[in-house]
Design a protein around this ligand. Structure first.
Ligand SMILES: NC(=O)c1ccc[n+]([C@@H]2O[C@H](COP(=O)([O-])OP(=O)(O)OC[C@H]3O[C@@H](n4cnc5c(N)ncnc54)[C@H](OP(=O)(O)O)[C@@H]3O)[C@@H](O)[C@H]2O)c1
Length: 350
């Protein structure tokens, strides 16, 4: 399976066809053999991502055809190539084949698990926190306040002192989800004023406890109108947009001058609609973000991990786990994401 050499059988969650979560089956498959430079990990927990759901429907770019072992994010214990236990607790990121008793991973996609974290917490970390952090980075908000670009000012202008004192604003869609809850924790640390959307008042109440200042229930209110009202017609500096379709154009209209829509997903299944006139009107932009691509760039991942790990060491980041399922009930976990009913991360115990 998937071009690797295998030895002994192990349990794995296999995508047997591209019919959605119902095509997932726990099967005995051969163990992975490490390619040069890879480690073998005994997997304890897997983090479920919306991308995993998309993969079961053939909607994720670059995925090989089935049969294919599911899962892209994990936590466990690193083993050497000959099965000796090194004891290093690691969390990691791959493109597939991690919802199994063992997986193979390259060292640049493995990070040490903080001592105080469980495997479940660690499995909820890499994708959500790197994506959220890189969203702020692409929005120009990860620098200390004194070095931040002038929000809403032309790039060439001399920074007036009042511009430096303005708090940057971000609108976060699916704020109660995996990436969303990570973005709230990071936004709080960066001193960002956050507006966030969710379908549920209960989910919004939980995220407000994490530091979200302005929760918007999009089932009851038009988020574009709410953002306009709350910002006195000015808009936000960035939108973390993962819905696609009309929401991209709508998010552009939520921006203030020189704002950026950071487009990192299409959960609606519709291609983002881009309204160039709205972009001209405010010198605004839409910028793509794809962790799969950025994760291959050490010059980007290194500084991101340096910042994230220092926040972890200070106890400032706490992965939000809404639901834990055993491997045998993974289909239910996938359906929770499909129906948008999850809070924070959904974790699968291996
Ligand atoms: N580009 C990247 O590198 C990257 C990395 C990670 C994730 N992503 C993308 O980011 C998005 C969030 O991923 P995640 O894993 O953190 O998932 P998630 O946010 O935990 O779950 C998805 C949430 O989106 C909301 N939602 C709104 N419209 C939806 C729809 N039509 N269908 C399903 N859910 C909908 C739901 O929350 P409410 O009901 O509260 O709105 C749901 O709980 C996904 O689009 C994913 O593909 C991209």
């Amino acid at each position: 399976m998937i071009g690797r050499e295998y030895t002994f059988p192990m349990k794995a969650l296999v995508i047997t066809s591209l019919q959605g979560p119902s095509s997932l089956v726990v099967q005995d498959v051969p163990e992975p053999a490490a390619k040069a430079g890879q480690s073998i990990i005994r997997v304890a927990a897997g983090g479920l991502n919306f991308a995993d759901f998309m993969t079961t429907k053939g909607g994720y770019p670059g995925t090989p055809p089935p049969p294919l072992i599911a899962g892209r994010e994990f936590a466990g214990v690193e083993l050497t190539g000959n099965d000796e236990n090194t004891g290093r607790r690691v969390m990691g990121y791959a493109q597939w084949a991690v919802f199994a008793e063992k997986t193979a991973a390259y060292p640049n996609m493995l990070w040490p698990i903080p001592d105080q974290w469980s495997f479940e917490q660690a499995a909820a970390f890499p994708v959500n926190y790197f994506t959220a952090y890189l969203g702020y980075w692409q929005a120009g908000m990860t620098l200390p306040a004194a070095e931040q670009p002038m929000w809403g000012q032309p790039p060439s202008a001399v920074r007036p002192s009042e511009a430096l004192q303005r708090t940057p604003r971000v609108l976060i869609h699916a704020v109660a989800g995996g990436v969303g809850t990570a973005a709230v924790q990071i936004g709080r640390l960066l001193g960002v004023e956050m507006y966030g959307t969710s379908s549920s008042p209960e989910k919004l109440a939980r995220v407000q406890e994490l530091g979200l200042q302005h929760g918007i229930n999009y089932k009851r209110h038009d988020y574009e109108e709410v953002v306009k009202d709350l910002t006195h017609g000015e808009g936000v500096d960035a939108v973390f947009e993962m819905l696609g379709g009309e929401h991209t154009a709508k998010s552009l209209r939520c921006l203030r001058d020189f704002g950026r829509v950071i487009q990192y997903g299409t959960a609606t299944g519709h291609a983002p609609k881009i309204d160039l006139r709205a972009m001209y009107a405010k010198s605004a932009s839409v910028q793509g973000l794809w962790l799969t691509y950025l994760s291959q760039k050490p010059e980007i991942m290194g500084p991101a991990w340096k910042q994230l790990s220092s926040w972890i060491a200070e106890g400032k980041l706490a992965p939000q786990i809404g639901h834990v399922f055993p491997l045998e009930r993974a289909v239910e976990a996938y359906k929770l994401l499909e129906e948008g009913k999850n809070y924070g991360k959904v974790v699968v115990k291996i």
